[in-house]
Ligand binder design. Structure first.
Ligand SMILES: [Ca+2]
Ligand SMILES: [Ca+2]
Length: 175
C-alpha cells in the first residue's frame, strides 16, 4: 500500500513538474514588488504610501476610519488613515493613502529606512474592516520609492468589537 502511494505521489509530482512553461512565473513577494533600484541608505524618507485592498466578505467594508501607527526610533505616532475624496474601505476595492512623515505623522529630522521599526493598522471603530492585502512604500524626494511592507494574504478583521485578535494588524516590514 505504501509502495503504491509513493508511486502515485511520484507520478503526480513528476506529472506536475514535467511540463516546462515558456513563461517564468514569479512570486510577487520576492521579485515583482521589490524595487531593483534600492534607496541609498542615507536618504531621508518623506512619505509613506499605504495601498490597502478590502476583501469581499460580507460587511468587509467600513464607513468609519481606522488608524495607522508608525514607530520610528522607538517613537510611536498614531493617526487616522485620512478620509479619501471618495467612498473608501469599499469591499473588493483598493485605497491609496499618501502620508507625509513630518506633516501628517509629526516626525522631525531625517528618517532613514533603518529607523522605521513598525507599521501597524489599528481599529478606529466597531464598523469592522476586513483587509485582503496591504502594501506600503516609502518615498524619498518624490523620485525614489522602496517597498516598506508587503502583506498579500491578510484576510483579517480590524474591528473594535472587543476581540483582541481584531484590535490591530502589524505589517510585515521589508526594509
Ligand atoms: Ca471618503
Ligand atoms: Ca464593516
Amino acid at each position: 500500500m505504501i509502495v503504491l502511494l509513493v508511486t502515485i505521489l511520484s507520478v503526480v509530482t513528476l506529472g506536475y513538474a514535467a511540463p516546462v512553461s515558456p513563461f517564468h512565473v514569479i512570486e510577487p513577494e520576492k521579485e515583482f514588488l521589490v524595487n531593483p533600484h534600492r534607496l541609498p541608505t542615507d536618504s531621508c524618507i518623506n512619505q509613506l504610501y499605504v495601498m490597502a485592498f478590502t476583501s469581499s466578505l460580507p460587511f468587509a467594508g467600513s464607513d468609519r476610519l481606522h488608524l495607522i501607527q508608525l514607530k520610528v526610533n522607538g517613537v510611536i505616532s498614531e493617526k487616522y488613515l485620512p478620509n479619501l475624496p471618495r467612498d473608501d474601505y469599499e469591499p473588493h476595492k483598493g485605497d491609496l493613502w499618501k502620508l507625509d512623515l513630518k506633516n501628517y505623522f509629526g516626525f522631525s529630522g531625517c528618517i532613514k529606512t533603518k529607523d522605521i521599526e513598525g507599521i501597524t493598522i489599528i481599529h478606529g471603530s466597531n464598523d469592522g474592516w476586513n483587509i485582503d492585502s496591504i502594501v506600503t512604500f516609502v518615498v524619498v524626494d518624490k523620485y525614489y520609492w522602496e517597498l516598506s511592507s508587503a502583506d498579500l494574504d491578510v484576510k483579517q478583521w480590524i474591528d473594535g468589537d472587543g476581540s483582541t485578535s481584531h484590535e490591530k494588524y502589524s505589517l510585515s516590514l521589508t526594509l
